[in-house]
Design a protein around this ligand. Structure first.
Ligand SMILES: [Zn+2]
Ligand SMILES: [Zn+2]
Length: 411
C-alpha cells in the first residue's frame, strides 16, 4: 500500500515497495534537495493543516525521510514537539496510527492496544479504469525511459522491469468518488453508521481513506474488521438469502412464498437486477418475472448476480481495514508521490483534489521535463514540453514527485 505502512515495514524499502525515489540518491541530488526544501517550507507555514487529535501522545508516528529511511514507533507529547521534529527532518511522508496505545513507542506486541477507528482504503489502482491506460506513464527501471500508455516491454531497451507512474485525471477521481459513496451508503444502510461519523479523506495521490469514528466499533478486533471488509465487498454472499435455491437438476429456482425483508444486500441486488420484491414476499409476480429473466439469460442467474454484487460492492482493500497496527498518512501532510496533501473532503462532490489539496507555492522555477505532458493544478492547465520549462513550484513539485522532471540550478 502506498498510503499506509503495515507493521512489517519497519525499515526502509529493501523490498522496493515502500522505498523512496531518493534512497539511492547522492547527498547533492538536486531534485531531492529542492523537494526537501519545498516540503519544509510547506510544514513551516502550514503546520496547522496537520490534523491531530487531543490524545496525540497515545498514537504511534512514523516517517519516511528523503534518504529512504523509515522511522517508526515514535511518539510525541504534544503538537509542538511533533512540529519541531517535522521542521528538523522535513520527511517525505508522515504516518500516524489510527490506533491509540498505552505505550506507542514499544514493539508491536508490547504497545497495549486501546482501540482504533474503522478505516477503509480505496485505491485508484484497484479500479482498473480505462482512462488510466491512456494517461498513466510507464517508467523503465533499467534505462529510466518513460513511455505513455500500456506497454509490456520498454521501447528503449526491451526490459520488462517496468513501473507504472499514475497521473490520475478528473475522471479517475469521479470513479473513486462513486466507490466512496457506495461504501458510505452500505455503512449507513446496513450498520446504521451516521454520516456524521464518517470522514472522507483524499489520500494525496490516487485514492481515498474513509474513517469511521464510532465508539461502537472502536474496540473491534482485527478479525471483526476483516469480517466487516468482506461484508462490504459482498464476499461469500449466499444466493439463498435472495430466496433462490438450486434444485436437483441444478437449476436455480425461487423459493415461493418465502418472506424476505427487502433490505441490505438483498435490496441492493434486487434493485440492481430489476427484480423487485413486493410486500417482502416471493410472490407469483416475482416468480413470473424471475422465470422470464432466467429464460432470457439462459439460466445464468448466478453469474449475473455475481456481476451485480461486484458492481455494488465497495472496492476497498481488506488488508488495510483489518490491520489494527497500520500507520496511515497523516491528514494535512504531503504525499511524496504527488506533492499534494492528504486532505479532508467536507463535500465529496465539490472537492477537487487538484485544487483543494495543492498547497505548494507559486514562485516560478526552471524544470527540465522528460516528456510532453498536460498537467492541471490549482485550476490552471499547463502544457509542458520536453526540455526546459518555467513553471510554478507546485507544478515542478508534482513533476519531480512523479519522476518526470528535473529541477534546474536555482539562482
Ligand atoms: Zn528501458
Ligand atoms: Zn483517469
Amino acid at each position: 500500500m502506498s498510503d499506509t505502512l503495515s507493521f512489517d515495514s519497519n525499515n526502509s524499502g529493501k523490498n522496493g515497495k515502500h522505498g523512496s525515489k531518493y534512497q539511492n540518491a547522492e547527498p547533492d541530488d538536486k531534485n531531492k534537495n529542492w523537494l526537501e526544501g519545498i516540503f519544509r517550507k510547506y510544514y513551516f507555514y502550514h503546520y496547522s493543516q496537520l490534523e491531530l487529535g487531543e490524545l496525540i501522545n497515545e498514537h504511534e508516528f512514523g516517517f519516511r525521510l528523503f534518504d529512504g529511511k523509515i522511522r517508526r514507533h515514535l511518539a510525541f507529547n504534544d503538537k509542538k514537539e511533533l512540529y519541531a521534529y517535522i521542521i528538523k527532518f522535513s520527511p517525505s511522508d508522515i504516518f500516524y496510527s489510527s490506533s491509540r496505545y498505552q505505550s506507542p513507542t514499544a514493539e508491536i506486541d508490547q504497545k497495549g492496544w486501546i482501540g482504533s477507528d474503522l478505516i477503509f482504503d480505496i485505491d485508484g489502482k484497484d479500479l482498473h479504469l480505462e482512462c488510466a491506460q491512456s494517461h498513466n506513464l510507464v517508467l523503465c527501471k533499467d534505462c529510466s525511459f518513460i513511455s505513455k500508455g500500456i506497454i509490456s516491454k520498454c521501447v528503449g531497451c526491451n526490459s520488462t522491469r517496468l513501473q507504472i507512474i499514475d497521473i490520475p485525471c478528473a475522471r479517475c477521481i469521479k470513479s473513486l468518488n462513486v466507490e466512496v459513496k457506495k461504501l458510505v451508503e452500505i455503512l449507513d444502510d446496513d450498520f446504521g453508521i451516521d454520516s456524521e461519523c464518517i470522514f472522507v479523506y483524499f489520500s494525496g495521490n490516487n485514492g481515498y481513506h474513509v474513517h469511521v469514528v464510532d465508539k461502537n466499533f472502536y474496540n473491534a478486533s482485527a478479525k471483526k474488521r476483516n469480517a466487516f471488509a468482506q461484508y462490504l465487498m459482498g464476499k461469500g454472499y449466499l444466493i439463498e438469502s435472495l430466496g433462490i435455491r438450486r434444485n436437483n437438476e441444478g437449476v436455480l429456482i425461487p423459493m415461493s412464498n418465502k418472506i424476505l425483508y427487502n433490505q441490505g444486500w438483498r435490496r441492493r441486488i434486487f434493485d440492481s437486477i430489476h427484480l423487485p420484491i413486493q410486500n417482502h414476499k416471493i410472490d407469483d409476480k416475482f416468480v413470473k418475472k424471475y422465470n422470464r429473466m432466467q429464460d432470457a439469460n439462459n439460466n445464468n442467474i448466478q453469474d449475473i448476480i455475481n456481476t451485480h454484487i461486484l458492481d455494488l460492492s465497495a472496492k476497498i482493500d481488506p488488508n488495510v481495514t483489518m490491520d489494527i497496527h497500520r500507520i496511515f498518512r497523516l491528514s494535512g501532510s504531503i504525499n511524496s508521490k504527488s506533492g499534494l496533501i492528504k486532505a479532508f473532503c467536507k463535500d465529496l462532490d465539490s472537492f477537487n483534489p487538484f485544487v483543494d489539496a495543492c498547497f505548494i507555492g507559486d514562485s516560478n522555477v526552471e524544470i527540465e521535463s522528460k516528456l510532453n505532458i498536460k498537467i492541471s493544478l490549482k485550476g490552471k492547465q499547463f502544457s509542458i514540453k520536453p526540455g526546459k520549462n518555467t513553471l510554478p513550484e507546485y507544478v515542478a513539485a508534482y513533476m519531480i514527485c512523479k519522476g518526470i522532471g528535473d529541477i534546474q540550478n536555482q539562482t
